[in-house]
Ligand binder design. Sequence first.
Ligand SMILES: [Zn+2]
Length: 377
Amino acid sequence: MASDQEKNRQRMKQLLGKPGNGNCADCGAADPEWASYTLGVFVCHSCSGLHRNIAQISKVKSILLDPWSSSELEFMDSLGNNACKAKYEQIVPAFYYCPTQKDCMLLRDQWIRAKYERKEFVCVERQEPYSAGYREGFLWKRGRDNGQYLSRKFILSEREGVLKYFNKHDAREPKAIMKINTVNATFQPTKIGTAHGLQITYLKDNSTRNIFVYHEDGKEMVDWFNAIRAARFHYLQVAFPGTPNSELLSKLSRNYIKEGYMEKTGPKHTEGFKKRWFTMDDRRLMYFKDPLDAYARGEVFIGSKENSYTVLPGLPPNIQGYHWLFGITIVTPDRKFLFACETEEDQKDWIAAFQTVISRPMMPQEYAVEAYFKHKP
Ligand SMILES: [Zn+2]
C-alpha cells in the first residue's frame, strides 16, 4: 500500500514536469499546487479557490497533500493543461482580456467561469455580449458630488465610436459622450470599495475625467469591460491600418503604473504642502483631493530623459514637506515639482514608477500631448 502511494507520488511529479503543467492553467502562476480531477487541469492555490465556485463541474485536490488514485492520475495524464487549453480556449477573441495572477479576483473568477462553466470559447455565439459591437444596459454609477450610486443607462456603440450614459431612463440626450479612442477601463475593487468596481476614464478637452461604476453580476461587469476592449480594438484597427495586432492589443486597456498619497506644494514652492491622491496613468501624473473625484485638480505630463525630464530623491535645500519626510523632485523642462512621501519605501516605489516612464523614449504622438500641457491655460 505504502509503495503504491509512493509510486503515485512519483507519477504525479512526472505529470507536473510535462509541458504546460508547470504553470497554473488559468492565471499562469508558476508551480501549481492544486489540480481539478474532474477537468484535468493543474492550478495555483488562488485559482483552486475559484474552482470551488463551480464545484458542480470542477473538483479540486491538493497535488501533494491529498491522496491520488491510479485512475485519477491516469485521467490527469490523459488531459493536463495543454490539452485542456486546446479544448476550452479554442476561440478566445484577440481583444478578450486573459487575466494573470496579478489581476483582481473578479477577472480571474469570470475567466474560469467563462472557460469551463459557460464554455464561451468553444461556441462563438456565446461571445455576443462583448463582440457584437453594440451593448446597452444599466450600471450603478457613483454620483459626482454626493458619492451615491444611481442606476444609469449606458450604451456602447462601436459604429459611433462612443460610450455614453443617460441620467434619466427616458432621456434623449446623453449626460456624457465618451469617445472610444480616449476611453480606458480598469478594475479598482480596493479603491472603489466593491469587488466589481470599474473605473472608466476618458478625455474631455484634453483633461482626464473619471467615472466609477459596478454591476452586482460579475459576468455583466466583465462583459462590459471586454466590450469596451473590443470597441477600442475595432477603432485602433481602423485608425492605424497596417499596425500589427500585437501592438494594438497592448493598448486596449491599461492599469495604472502607481497610485497613492503624497504631499505636494505649488509652483512657487512657498505654498504649504498638502496631502493629495496621485495616479500615474501612462505619462499623466494626476492628483486628486479624494481618490474618487470625477476629475483631477491637476495633471502633469512626464516625458523622457532625452527630453529633459528627471526624477531625484529629496527636496531642494530649505524646503520641507508638511508631515512627511521623504522628498521627491521631478524636473521637467518648465519647472520643478516637489513631493513628499510618508515612508522611505513609498518614496522608492514612486521614484521607480517615475523612472519607468522617464526611461521610455517618447512616441511621436506623445509630443503633441506634451505640447498641449505646455500651452495649457
Ligand atoms: Zn492561478
